[in-house]
Ligand binder design. Sequence first.
Ligand code: ADP
Ligand code: MG
Length: 506
Amino acid sequence: MDQAALATGTPKGPWGSVAPAAPACSLTEVMSEQLARQLDEENNLLPSLSDPAADLLSEEVPDTASDLMLAQMLQLQFDRECDDQLRREERKFNGDSKVSISFENYRMVHPYEDSDSSEDEVDWQDTRHDPYKAEKPQATPRKGFTGKGKNITTKHDEETCGRKNTARMDNFAPEVLVGDGLGMDLKLSNQVFNSLKQHCYSEQRRSARLHEKKEHSTAEQAVDPRTRLLMYKMVNAGVLENINGCISTGKESVVFHADGGSLEEQPVPDEVVLKVFKTTLNEFKNRDRYIKDDYRFKDRFSKLNPRKIIRLWAEKEMHNLSRMKRAEIPCPEVVLLKKHILVMSFIGKDHVPAPKLKDAMLDSDDMKAAYCQVLHIMQQMYRECHLVHADLSEYNMLWHQGKVWLIDVSQSVEPTHPHGLEFLFRDCRNVSTFFQKRGVTEALGVYDLFNAVSGLNIPVGAEDEFMAQIVALEKRNEDHVQRRGKKSFPASLEDGGPPLKPDADD
Ligand code: ADP
Ligand code: MG
């Protein structure tokens, strides 16, 4: 390359000099230039459409530049219309009635809007006094009345009480919407107030219970992790093949269907149920009297914590079922007891539980046969097992293979229980009412049934007298037991106490 060519920067080829290249230009620049030109043209084509809109947006209504402001303004307009509508409804609702109801609380209150319906223009948020809130009623002085002579108003005055009750609604839980009772000068009678209060408390308790249930239970309902572990162990040990599903969830227990496995010492039926006594709920508290006065369990009861007491229920059901089985009363057969879970034979077939007597569709012959059988079972239970079912009804009797089967005997007690005869009377009432309603003409009335089961010949007369006799007998029996000592009927002594005779003690 020669010197001249180098100095000018122009390469000199062997065929002559090359013309200088045009300055480089990027693709982006080309594109943006094109776009600008295109937009310009479009603008020129549509001048009448774009201009006024731009003016409107940018100059004449500067507020609307902000989306938030725009939304607020629209909301305001909407609320105004709502308020107008409310006002019209309020006028229509009240008409010219003397008592009027205000819809003020439903109106929208906007922080920056001047209310056009309210007369007080105070910004009450900043004052101690809230004009929308009515004064609380004045408390009655300690002496219990105000005024003098004829004008005395006592604290029991209906109006004063009513207003006070309305004010006391303020104390209900925050989630209870009590409205503006004071503003309306509402006077709640004691009766209404008390039932509202009761309702609020029970709602609170219910929601607490739901919460508790959620925490302690699983999808299988009220089966806490300990129980699940126990159930799992039973399957693991081969006692059960499978736990299939829940048959029933009652207040005190959950019943599951399971396929039986095998146990070393005894055969396990193909189909079994697991009755899981609930450990989380306190319903058992109500039933303490069935167990703490039962001589078989009395001594142990006082020493146990609530969880263990629930195990006693399962144990009690097991003992009672065993006694009944020995007397050949149709009832589930006990397979296994593990803490608060009782495994027993399934009354039913192919996963379908036998219907309760209340649901069973029996013809009149079967119904009559069922009655005769129930009478016989009650007598057997009383005389041979020394037991009173204590929750006998069409709900705890199943109809299976053409006969009645008795279940749910965890609360069954001996006739010598301090309330045993009252429980028997209640059972008799349930049985008698059920069969009489189902058209069994042979069904004995409650008094005759009681005598037929117990062998006590209490004169049949007015219910009061009959009950008085029953209670007197229970008292006499209790004294008798006390004299013989509390431990006369230990749990292991399966044949329990002597059958009651009216004059046994005389
Ligand atoms: P609860 O104390 O909750 O009433 P139950 O012993 O009465 O407990 O059982 C509740 C329900 O479970 C019964 O009404 C019945 O339908 C079913 N059940 C209980 N035990 C058996 C069983 N051995 N075989 C078939 N179903 C049963
Ligand atoms: Mg039951």
